[in-house]
Ligand binder design. Structure first.
Ligand code: PRT
Ligand code: ZN
Length: 286
């Protein structure tokens, strides 16, 4: 099966919805009937496998799946021989060390000789070694945060997002050892045909990602304000300036980066812009 890409995504969990959304935003259509373990795309040579996230790196290493979407934390911890081909920008979280709130923590050397409960023994081991700390790693597969309060370990090393789980278990976050987000991993043994399909898919993913960070902006202004306003709206090449039916007025169309938006919008208004419309962009091909 040279000319088909088998993409493994999480069956149900924190990555599932965004993984499916990304594939759909890339224009790939498929039937994801509830409970299915495999489905075929109808308009792209791809199959989608629905798996436990922990199994995805192994399937990709073995070439059973050609691509996978998984948390970088799971991929790195698995230590499988795969390529990380793209960061996907969702499911952001961090792997952190937490200790009991009453612990007077002064620094990583405080962990010397302590026991730390985690589901990430490899990442934790590497961090401790880099910091010349010897601690006992207690590997457990779930409910890690409860370990200190029941006397199973002195500290934990677990995934943190808002921090509320640590807090509600009487813990405080003291070290961040790894920052993670969803990534696309690929087999190291793709055929030329599969590599070509992967390139097409990455092109689509990047177009969707760039579009999300930008907005289409339209506004009206007096002709005399065009130079000042275009300073803040360089657009993809240059903004489009079109005359309005009212003498001396025009309409400017451009693209603005989400991050610059609030900072620049006030300057644009002060320069004389009126009737500003900001519209989401679906795809952006640079
Ligand atoms: O069933 P399957 O094995 O497929 O799924 P899973 O239960 O192993 O994984 P899942 O769905 O919980 O998480 C999938 C991936 O989402 C993880 O590998 C991370 O890359 C990412 N992610 C993002 C998170 C979180 N945020 C997160 N908050 N994974 C887990 N958590 C847990 C964490 O373990 C802790 O218990 O949420 C709690 C902390 O959250 P806060 O918000 O209270 O800090
Ligand atoms: Zn899992």
């Amino acid at each position: 099966m040279d000319n088909i890409l088998r993409i493994a995504i999480q069956k149900s969990g924190r990555l599932s919805e965004d993984s499916l959304k990304l594939i759909k935003e890339c224009g790939i259509r498929f039937d994801n009937g509830a409970g299915k373990l495999k489905t075929s795309a109808t308009n792209f040579p791809a199959e989608i496998l629905f798996l436990r996230d922990d199994d995805i790196p192994g399937y990709v290493e073995d070439g059973v799946a050609h691509l996978g979407i998984v948390g970088e934390n799971v991929s790195v911890e698995s230590d499988r021989d795969v390529n990380t081909v793209h960061k996907l920008g969702f499911s952001k979280c961090r792997l952190s060390i937490g200790v009991l709130r009453e612990h007077d923590y002064a620094g990583v050397q405080d962990l010397e000789g302590k026991s730390i409960a985690t589901s990430y023994p490899k990442l934790l081991g590497k961090y401790l070694a880099e910091n010349n700390v010897t601690a006992q790693i207690h590997e457990i597969s779930g409910s890690v945060e409860i370990a200190p309060s029941i006397g199973l370990a002195d500290a934990v090393c677990d995934i943190v997002s808002s921090g509320s789980t640590l807090l509600s278990n009487g813990l405080k976050e003291v070290e961040t050892i790894f920052k993670s987000e969803a990534v696309m991993i690929a087999s190291k043994h793709l055929t030329a045909g599969q590599q070509d399909l992967l390139d097409q898919l990455l092109f689509r993913i990047k177009s969707v990602q760039v579009a999300k960070n930008n907005k289409y902006i339209l506004l009206n202004c007096p002709m005399s304000a065009v130079d000042e306003i275009t300073k803040y709206l360089p657009g993809m090449k240059a903004p489009t300036v079109m005359p309005l039916a009212t003498e001396g007025w025009c309409s400017i169309h451009s693209v603005i980066n989400e991050n610059d938006f609030w900072e620049n919008i006030e300057k644009i208004r002060q320069a004389g812009a009126e009737g500003i419309l900001v519209i989401p962009i679906e795809k952006m091909i640079l």
